[in-house]
Design a protein around this ligand. Structure first.
Ligand code: SAM
Ligand code: SF4
Length: 358
């Protein structure tokens, strides 16, 4: 039964144009595909394979973090099983993320198997780049199609301050290794922070152009109790305007299947993207759900409702049919959208991004 009641988030100005589909329209979707109650088809899963990380980025984590006990983290076999059931439900794109996915022991074991899953067309990975020098070649051989690499600064001291631990040189070597391994259209992810890295946006775009990379600028989201987010917030529009003084940016209709909106620079292969959860809310075209390392299925990054898959995964009496049913049921709790903008200093979602997976 499709519920046409609008949630409170529907009053968000950006979503006022959006209307849920009627039950007749949703009923036209084939059996066994994932379609939420607003008619959005889910074809993309972000799977966090660990909540641990070798960095402590200030916007993502608290300085002192308590990580999950190993027994509460999905085994790699459980990750593979969940992914397989999603693919059986029509999901064709999977992003491996974390925490830092490449610090998980034997991550390659899983990635190789995911790369061989029939029906999964697009296996991609988000990483901080710290382990890429070692793994880029194996990731490519395992079938990873594209990499997103986080890079908020090109200055070693600042990079260390933002990540609290990270070594910029190691990440730069990782970026080079990705190119040498044959990855193309690698994308840098840069979280925009006023007074922290906004004087480097032009340099970061030039770096992307010089290395034939794409780059996406991200508006910071209030995930986890971290203070001062409002004071460093910069909108995509402001960054676009500032970049526009240095580059002839042309809007593009291209999409990478995610939330970014892209601009092109004439004469360069680089695409400049913006992920703007505050200023250009993209919830009405949301095609994804997230699975945490703990086996929680979050239909929305910005809400607290989740379906627990772990009890099913660890119940010897439950098979893939039960898992499949739980995943299909999650479509009923996928909300219309988030309301991040009102929560910058008082987050409703207390789990850090490293927990949910970016
Ligand atoms: N460790 C990997 C990395 O850093 O790329 C993958 C996980 S990380 C959580 C995924 C992405 O989320 C990164 O690009 C990071 O910059 C971004 N991120 C983390 N916390 C964020 C926040 N509060 N707002 C916006 N983006 C955030
Ligand atoms: Fe780790 Fe990525 Fe979060 Fe930074 S953004 S702390 S690298 S998970």
């Amino acid at each position: 039964m499709h519920n046409e009641t609008l949630t409170p988030e529907a009053t968000l100005p950006e979503l006022q144009h959006f209307r849920p589909t009627t039950s007749r329209a949703s009923a036209s979707h084939p059996e066994g595909t994932l379609v939420d109650k607003y008619g959005r088809r889910i074809t993309y899963v972000r799977l966090s394979i660990t909540d641990r990380c070798d960095f402590r980025c200030t916007y993502c984590m608290a300085e002192e973090m308590t990580f999950l006990p190993r027994s509460e983290v999905m085994s790699l076999e459980e990750c593979l099983r969940v992914a397989g059931v999603f693919v059986g439900l029509g999901v064709n794109k999977l992003r491996i993320t974390g925490g830092e996915p490449l610090v998980r022991k034997e991550a390659l074991w899983l990635i190789e198997r995911l790369g061989a899953l029939p029906g999964l067309d697009n296996l991609v990975l988000t990483t901080n780049g710290s382990q890429l020098e070692r793994y880029a070649g194996s990731l490519r051989a395992a079938g990873v199609r594209r990499l997103n690499i986080s890079l908020d600064s090109l200055r070693a001291d600042r990079f260390k301050a933002i990540t609290r631990i990270g070594d910029l040189d190691k990440v730069l070597r990782g970026i080079a290794a990705a190119g040498a391994a044959g990855f193309s259209r690698t994308k840098l992810n840069t979280v925009m922070m006023r007074g922290v890295n906004d004087d480097e946006f032009v340099d970061l775009v030039r770096f992307a152009m010089d290395h034939e990379l794409d780059i996406s600028f991200i508006e910071e989201m209030p995930l986890g109790d971290i203070h001062g987010r409002n004071s460093v917030f910069i909108s995509s529009d402001e960054t676009l305007e500032r970049l526009g003084k240095h580059f002839a940016l042309l809007p593009s209709t291209e999409s990478s299947g995610g939330p970014a909106r892209y601009w092109r620079i004439p004469g360069s292969a680089t695409r400049v993207g913006f992920i703007s959860p505050h200023s250009h809310n993209f919830c009405d075209t949301c095609n994804r759900v997230r699975i945490t390392a703990k086996g929680e299925l979050y239909p929305c990054l910005g809400q607290n409702d989740a379906i627990q898959l772990m009890p099913i995964l660890r119940d010897p009496a439950a098979g893939d049919a039960e898992l499949r049913q739980a995943i299909m049921d999650s479509m009923g709790i996928k909300p219309l959208g988030h309301d991040f903008t009102e929560q910058m200093e008082a987050p409703k979602v207390v789990r850090f991004m490293s927990m949910t997976g970016g």
